[in-house]
Design a protein around this ligand. Structure first.
Ligand code: PMP
Length: 351
């Protein structure tokens, strides 16, 4: 069979191990709270599933645009922000082109670049788990078509500061597409961190991506959004799989925006939990990056898989990245005590 060799060599996206019924699922940075009744009601009212959804998600774009102070054409909706990332990469990069990003970061980036037929240029993160933006700027060549910045970075949780990001944007050619992936923005409490919403309209080459999957708890429905200059978004609209954002996802996202205050109270609980967890781990002696997201990172190097196994055996499903580290989502309150018990054991056993 004549299939593309680079695709055959490409890893298939996997979520890690399935969690047993009694286990805490802390492997996908999901929201541990159940769906809001208002969101469930909106979905139930939208059950005309014999009809196609609105292909442009006009109502949801309008709602978001009104909040952002943009036009509806400066907003795009995708089947999760991962679909939007793919659309932007396909719109800008093809064979012979380069896509640069800091690494380690969201594991889908390299695969999406390969799918586009382009070449990944990964630039190592700083020792503190943050992006090295001057090094990322240095990695830009005449062949670079897209640069991805992830803040807070998955899996380290470290943010880019507004100052670092502005300095970076000043050095990047103004016709080079920059994607600012802010999937975890609502969990940020660091005042110095970049906030893409404050940069809207400032750069002709900047697109900001966000999602309803994390803070808004709609991971299972697949809906994300991006905002940026209309011409760039139009190119991304042309690379979309038509009709991939379901009507259920669109109404659930609108209902979630209406119920935002209640959802953000939950986000606040998760950030408090995060801080308590990081403090307790540091008190045990762990070196933990300053996570501003709903997960934390244990840099375990060669001990990664063994450590993940220890957590798994204790009913704690985490996400190991072999040879690098274990990412643990901030989930149920009750998961923190067993997590800390196993973390202490692992630390004691480390050479
Ligand atoms: N960006 C980052 C950094 C992520 O971690 C994720 C989800 N793991 C996404 C984008 C995509 O999220 P979704 O497709 O659910 O919106």
């Amino acid at each position: 069979m004549k299939l593309r060799p680079e695709i055959l060599a490409s890893p298939v996206y996997r979520q890690g191990r399935a969690a047993g019924a009694d286990a805490f699922k802390l492997s996908s940075n999901e929201n541990p709270f159940p769906p809001l009744p208002a969101v469930l009601a909106a979905i139930t009212a939208e059950l005309e599933i014999n009809r196609y959804p609105d292909a442009t998600a006009a109502a949801l774009r309008g709602t978001l645009a009104a909040r952002l102070g943009t036009t509806a054409d400066e907003v795009i909706i995708g089947s999760g922000s991962v679909a939007l990332l793919q659309q932007f990469i396909l719109a800008a990069a093809g064979p012979g082109d380069e896509v640069a990003y800091s690494w380690r970061s969201f594991e889908a980036y390299p695969t999406m670049v390969t799918v586009a037929g382009a070449t990944s240029v990964p630039v190592p993160n700083r020792a503190d788990g943050g992006h090295d933006l001057p090094a990322l700027a240095d990695a830009i060549t005449p062949r670079t078509r897209v640069v991805i910045v992830c803040s807070p970075n998955n899996p380290t949780g470290v943010t880019v500061t507004a100052e670092e990001f502005t300095a970076f944007m000043e050095t990047v050619p103004s016709d080079l597409l920059v994607l600012l992936d802010e999937a975890y923005a609502e969990f940020v409490r660091e005042p110095e961190a970049v906030d893409g919403r404050e940069l809207i309209g400032r750069y002709p080459n900047l697109v900001i991506l966000r999602t309803f999957s994390k803070a808004y708890g709609l991971a299972g429905l697949r809906v994300g959004w991006a905002t940026g200059p209309e011409a760039i978004l139009d190119a991304a609209r042309a690379t979309a799989i038509p009709l991939s954002v379901t009507g259920l996802a669109q109404v659930a996202a609108e209902a979630s925006l209406e119920a935002e205050a209640e959802l953000l109270e939950r986000v606040e609980k998760i950030t408090v939990r995060r801080t308590a967890f990081i403090d307790a781990l540091r008190a045990q002696g762990w070196n933990i990056p300053a996570s501003e997201s709903n997960f934390i990172w244990l840099a375990l190097g060669d001990h990664t898989l063994r450590a993940a196994e220890r957590f798994f055996d204790a009913g704690l499903v985490t996400r190991p990245f072999a040879g690098d580290g274990v990412r643990i989502s901030i989930g149920e309150e009750e998961s923190l005590t067993p997590l800390l018990t196993v973390a202490q054991e692992i630390l004691t056993e480390l050479p």
